[in-house]
Design a protein around this ligand. Structure first.
Ligand SMILES: *Cc1c(COP(=O)(O)O)cnc(C)c1O
Length: 220
């Protein structure tokens, strides 16, 4: 049985304005149910297939977030139920999400993933790419997309100064876009940054959505 006391410890430290996404990737349904029974309703997965099978087998009042990289050919599997897609990083992907959302008569909430880390392997847009997507005529046509904010991952380092600098840059960019009322289909309310190792710092830097996996569920 999963020790749920850690979940309550973490919850206690979060300001009420911060949404906790419990990252349940690779974890069995029993563990997810234990956390669900503590009152947690928002869960995040990083793989489409795993997200779909957990959606099928778990209570229907769970809000499922896809937090990992999404390939265009897999959007169709999640479009009917996903409540937030965190890692949108191209216009092509937005167009596919729009197309699939339309089939279900939905508007799908998305975050643009912004590249802030010093690591080469991470996905995401730079600031200029994000701005040019948001101002493109192709984007304006996407009636079934609602961009609710940004997501970013800091460099995986013990150097708090580097992490703080990256989070601060992202927060600044988030505030700029939030103020810009010339952008269509945008209702900025969500800045998704912070994981098990850096969520406290992320919140200090303005995050209002943290994605926490291993601290809640144990190592993967
Ligand atoms: C796995 C994952 C997390 C959670 O990471 P932990 O270090 O286990 O808290 C957060 N965000 C993304 C995008 C992930 O893939």
């Amino acid at each position: 049985m999963l020790d749920t006391s850690i979940y309550f410890e973490i919850k206690k430290t979060l300001p009420p304005t911060v949404t906790l996404v419990a990252v349940s990737k690779t974890k069995p349904v029993e563990d997810i149910l234990s956390i669900y029974n503590c009152g947690q309703k928002v869960f995040g997965e990083n793989k489409v297939q795993e997200l779909c099978s957990k959606f099928e087998s778990m209570p229907k009042d769970i809000e499922w977030h896809l937090i990992g990289h999404l390939q265009t050919n897999k959007v169709k599997y999640i479009a009917s139920f996903v409540s937030l897609i965190h890692a949108v990083d191209s216009l092509k992907l937005l167009q596919e999400i729009n197309k699939q959302a339309q089939k279900y008569n939905r508007v799908i909430n998305c975050l643009l993933q912004i590249y802030i880390a010093k690591e080469e392997s991470k996905f995401g847009l730079d600031f200029d790419e994000a701005i040019s997507i948001l101002h493109s005529p192709e984007f304006v046509a996407l009636e079934h997309i609602n961009i609710v904010g940004l997501m970013g991952m800091a460099t995986n380092t013990d150097d708090q100064l580097i992490v703080k600098k990256e989070f601060t840059q992202l927060e600044k960019f988030y505030q700029e876009l939030k103020k810009d009322n010339t952008i269509a289909h945008c209702n900025f309310s969500t800045l998704s940054m912070g994981m098990s190792n850096d969520y406290a710092l992320a919140i200090d830097c303005g995050s209002n959505m943290v994605r926490i996996g291993s601290s809640i569920f144990g190592n993967r």
